[in-house]
Design a protein around this ligand. Structure first.
Ligand SMILES: [Zn+2]
Length: 475
């Protein structure tokens, strides 16, 4: 179904994201119905909580971990009544060196596997400006890139600065559209009242009392209020201007910064809670038990937390049984007025730790990791919920990260099978590494699971509240 647009939707951005710049009308910005403080709420913001030391559980037999099987179900591209002037091209991602902040694990390297793979190279060397505004400097958290890894060390394929359209400054690099950070600041300024806009070396800061966005040229990592997001394309630069891909603007930055105007937002009162694996599929073998068992226990705790908060809950499994990935998706799709939360635990080297949350890869972007389904060429069923997916991921991830002392591995992209075919807003949450002794000890603790479940329950409430005005009239 294609619900009508909300009357107060920011026309300029819709036009931009519908690839019809000609009709963009910049300056009207967002309606002033933005609820103050919603952003902090959406992102959690609770104080750090200490968790008790759990009693270890007995070790069990190892089992093979299933591989994700991306499904290719074609969906329609966004359409517009106006002829498109600029089209986002389907160029593959590439491996980038990132400034690691809090992820000691080696598995954090971002490897993208493009399918059509037209080669793309970063923007050519440009003079970087120092601080733009006379605002107070903010503390940097990214490490400097090595000289030989900066984008400036490589030559650009082609750079074309398009005339400003509807207030958006667009720079086309190697066929891909980027928007300047200035455009983004100007567009969201009525909502956030930015006081800081700063570029120093490769580091970029955009800040106000409500929001601090940090990014680094050449990196796919972006922090918003210290929550880590993995962009689909590295931040670029041209003529001293910091550039974000248009796809990341439309598919990540906008729904996260402005969730109350997400299109297609549907009211929900039910949560489909999916415990990963089960039966002969044990999932990862942890130090104190199997992923399938922890996922089931976690799901039961989340169920209780959600019921306590007034939601109806459907479990894809409530016992140690095997359900196909398609079967899980079918349950979500058959449940009206619902969202979908899939719970898993991670495996890796003994040192790997942290929380990560997955949202479906947008069309024309690559997965964050090589085994994440690669490049999403044609779009899949779940892409209908792109904006809701990333907002839900943000709400859940931020709520957990802000309350517990976990390594933040970020909000990432992949075409996991339970997400590709899902018609409801959905995410896959990896609640820690069971292959790490200390983290598995936590996961094995009932108290810990209850605390994380409470954070997730609050996140679902916050998500619904953040999208409330977008959901109006759809009950
Ligand atoms: Zn799993």
């Amino acid at each position: 179904m294609t619900p009508g647009l909300h009357p107060t939707l920011p026309k300029a951005l819709i036009a931009l994201c519908a690839f019809a710049l000609a009709s963009a009308s910049f300056g009207v910005a967002h309606a002033d119905d933005q609820k103050p403080g919603f952003f902090k709420k959406l992102f959690g913001g609770g104080s750090k909580t200490e968790t008790p030391a759990p009693a270890p559980e007995p070790e069990k037999k190892p089992a093979a971990k299933p591989k994700p099987e991306p499904e290719k179900t074609a969906t329609k591209k966004p359409t517009s009544s106006k002829p498109p002037r600029v089209i986002i091209t389907t160029t593959g991602g590439k491996k980038v060196e990132i400034g690691k902040k809090s992820t000691p694990s080696k598995t954090t390297a971002k490897t993208a596997t493009p399918k059509p793979a037209p080669k793309e190279e970063p923007v050519k060397d440009v003079t970087r400006s120092a601080s733009r505004d006379n605002d107070s400097p903010m503390k940097g958290e990214f490490k400097e890139l090595d000289d030989d890894k900066t984008p400036s060390a490589e030559a650009s394929k082609s750079v074309e600065v398009l005339p400003a359209n509807g207030g958006w400054e667009i720079v086309k690099i190697g066929g891909r559209d980027y928007v300047t950070a200035e455009s983004i600041r100007n567009f969201y300024n009525p909502v956030y009242g930015f006081t800081t806009f700063r570029i120093q070396g490769t580091h970029f800061w955009l800040g106000s009392s409500k929001l601090i966005l940090k990014a680094q040229i050449g990196s796919q990592e972006m922090l918003i209020n210290n929550i880590k997001f993995i962009l689909s394309f590295p931040v670029a630069e041209h003529n001293g201007k910091v550039l974000f891909s248009r796809l990341d603007l439309c598919k990540l930055i906008d729904p996260v910064l402005y969730p109350s105007h997400i299109q297609n937002a549907e009211f929900f009162d039910t949560v489909v809670v999916d415990a990963g694996h089960g039966g002969h599929d044990a999932g990862a073998r942890g130090v104190y038990g199997y992923e399938k068992d922890f996922a089931l226990k976690m799901s039961m705790a989340v169920r209780a937390a959600l019921i306590q908060r007034g939601f109806k809950v459907i479990l894809t499994r409530s016992t140690d049984t095997f359900i196909t990935l398609g079967g899980r998706v079918a349950i979500a799709n058959q449940t009206p007025k619902s969202i979908f939360l899939s719970f898993h635990f991670n495996s890796g080297g003994a040192a790997a730790t942290g929380i990560e949350t997955w949202a479906l890869t947008p069309q024309s972007a690559a997965a964050t990791i090589s085994r994440g389904g690669g490049y999403n060429v044609n779009g899949v069923t779940g892409n209908k919920q792109d904006s809701a997916n990333i907002a839900l991921a943000t709400a859940v991830h931020a709520s957990v990260i802000s309350r517990f002392k976990f390594v933040d591995r970020g909000i990432k992209r992949a075409q996991w099978s339970v997400l590709t075919g899902c018609k409801r807003p959905g995410i896959l949450f990896e609640g820690g590494f069971v292959t790490n002794g200390a983290e598995c000890q936590l996961v094995a603790s009932e108290t810990y699971r209850q605390q994380v479940s409470a954070a997730i329950g609050d996140a679902v409430l916050n998500y619904r509240k953040a999208l409330e005005s977008a959901m109006m009239g759809k009950r």
